[in-house]
Design a binder for this molecule. Structure first.
Ligand code: BES
Ligand code: MN
Ligand code: ZN
Length: 504
């Protein structure tokens, strides 16, 4: 397995703490996270280390309950320091699920990271669990919950330097669990770092450089098409959208091809490094967070890196369409007809519907790869946010069997999706008088219309799933569970899990 890569300057915050699995709670941890289950009337603490119990003046469970510890999911109660300072986190009243543990550890570590001063902390997770899924979830929750984006130009803060997970899990399965948790967590942090990087620093060229950097020392094959190569090969969509910016577009293609792997998964991500709306300029309020419009590209690229790091036995080809959507004298106009990669013509209705246009070029290109499954990920529509809110992503698919494969992977990974249909009448709404199709239809059902547009370029016979992450990609409210403010890295975990299930 290749060793963890040295991060680039833009992803310096994606360094993991040292993580170890230990049989006994360490004596010297600054904080020890324990769980609270049971009922609201009768809460019970799990995982309290013997040394803490011994040092406390009364039963720790009693003290904790008096201080307010309850099984309420994610409720964090910090106890006085006996041997180690306990942080009791509610894990719900039901049997522990991985997502419950992930959320609990996330909330606990967010609290602990917020209390860190100059010292780098050592945190123990003591939840009395030997199950590999729960151990993995505890690590992921802790790492993801401890993360915040560091101020541009300042030294990366690392509040938590070491995490010890107390568990009876040992041997090969412990090693594998740790490797998976680390690869997935690192990938989520890389995606978050890219998303959080302001668009004056992360633009198509520097984003493509980042991918090259990330792939160094791995077996990933990276190919970057610049604006000249894009023009030569007819990528009319990416060029039209990117044409308004001084910062030229790129198409990045990354391949993970293990010897003998047959199942071919194609991933496509939307990489709009900033979306002003173009000539259909967004109002100021709606534009402010639009550095997040490359979250789909970040997710597919970071997931591909984790898939390679874990050496998963599935052939993965990943595309990221990178462009900046700006208004200028060279912008594409509403009513322009664009000739896309592969020759399809598109009438541009609204230059703020840029995502589907850059995605369509990559999807059309990917047909030559003869994929068994295509999954695209994009912060595509405000309509999807209106339908499903900020925490649930939309899933649209060629068929229900494919949708179920994605939903199962998402469930195992602890990410939320909800399936929407792609009905025939919505497809009809994209008919154009001047081109093969238009880029958008009526305002109603906007998420489905965008999906229908994309599917035109995948072909109806290809198994395909479209993940609209406009809602959950970026958290512009306060942090919760293991989700910080800013880029969330949504879909990275689902994609890695998907690749795991597609192994030959
Ligand atoms: N990037 C936006 C969608 C978006 C909005 C993502 C808010 C995250 C938060 C996308 O390019 C867009 O502007 N879509 C338009 C499409 C419309 C013009 C057909 C929209 O949803 O309004
Ligand atoms: Mn837009
Ligand atoms: Zn956009």
């Amino acid at each position: 397995m290749p060793s963890p890569r040295v991060p680039s300057t833009l992803t310096a915050g994606a360094v993991l703490p040292v993580i170890e699995l230990v049989a006994k709670a360490p004596q010297d941890a600054d904080f020890t996270v324990v769980g609270v289950t049971g009922t609201a009337e009768n809460p019970t603490l799990v995982g309290v280390p013997a040394a803490v119990e011994k040092a406390a003046p009364a039963k720790v469970g009693q003290i904790a309950v008096e201080l307010g510890a309850r099984p309420e999911a994610g409720k964090v109660t910090v106890l006085p320091r006996y041997a180690s300072q306990l942080v009791a986190v509610g894990l719900g009243s039901d049997e522990l699920s991985p997502e419950q543990v992930r959320r609990g550890c996330g909330a606990a570590l967010r609290e602990v990271a917020g209390r860190a001063d100059e010292r780098e902390l050592h945190v123990a997770l003591s939840l009395d669990t030997d199950e590999s899924e729960l151990v993995r979830a505890a690590i992921e929750g802790a790492v993801l919950g401890a993360y915040t984006y560091t101020k541009v130009g300042s030294q990366v803060k690392r509040p938590i330097a070491r995490i010890s997970v107390v568990t009876g899990l040992g041997g090969a399965s412990a090693k594998q669990t740790l490797a998976e948790a680390q690869a997935v967590s690192r990938a989520v942090l890389v995606a978050r770092e890219w998303i959080n990087t302001p668009a004056n620093l992360l633009y198509p060229q520097t984003f493509a450089d980042e991918v090259r950097e990330l792939a160094k020392g791995t077996k990933l094959d990276v190919e970057v098409l610049d604006e000249k190569q894009l023009a030569k090969e007819g990528y009319g969509g990416i060029l039209a959208v990117g044409g308004g910016s001084e910062r030229a577009p790129r198409l990045v293609r990354v391949e993970h091809k293990p010897r003998g792997a047959k199942n071919h998964l194609v991933l496509v991500g939307k990489g709009i490094t900033f979306d002003t709306g173009g000539l259909n300029l967004k109002p100021a309020d709606g534009m402010y967070t639009m550095k997040c419009d490359m979250s789909g590209a970040a997710a597919v690229l970071a997931a591909t890196a984790a898939i390679a790091e874990l050496g998963l036995d599935v052939w993965v080809t990943t595309y990221a369409s990178m462009a900046e959507n700006m208004p200028s004298g060279t912008s594409y106009r509403p009513s322009d007809v664009i000739t896309m990669y592969g020759g399809t013509t598109v009438e541009n209705v609204n230059s703020d519907a840029e995502g589907r246009i850059v995605m369509a070029d990559a999807l059309a290109r990917s047909q030559a790869d003869k994929p068994d499954l295509v999954v695209d990920v994009a912060t595509l529509t405000g309509a999807c946010m209106v339908a499903l809110g900020n925490r649930i992503a939309g899933l649209m698919s060629s068929d229900d069997a494919t949708a179920d494969v994605l939903l199962d992977a998402a469930e195992a990974a602890g990410e939320e999706f909800w399936q929407l249909p792609v009905p025939e009448h919505i497809r009809k709404g994209l008919e154009s008088k001047v081109a093969d199709l238009k880029s958008s239809g009526s305002r109603m059902g906007g998420a489905m219309a965008a999906a229908a547009f994309l599917q035109h370029f995948v072909g109806e016979d290809t198994a395909w799933a479209h993940l609209d992450i406009a809602g959950p990609a970026f958290n512009d409210e306060g942090p919760y569970d293991y989700v910080p403010t800013g880029g969330t890295g949504h879909s990275v975990r689902t994609l890695v899990e998907l690749a795991r299930t597609l192994q030959d």
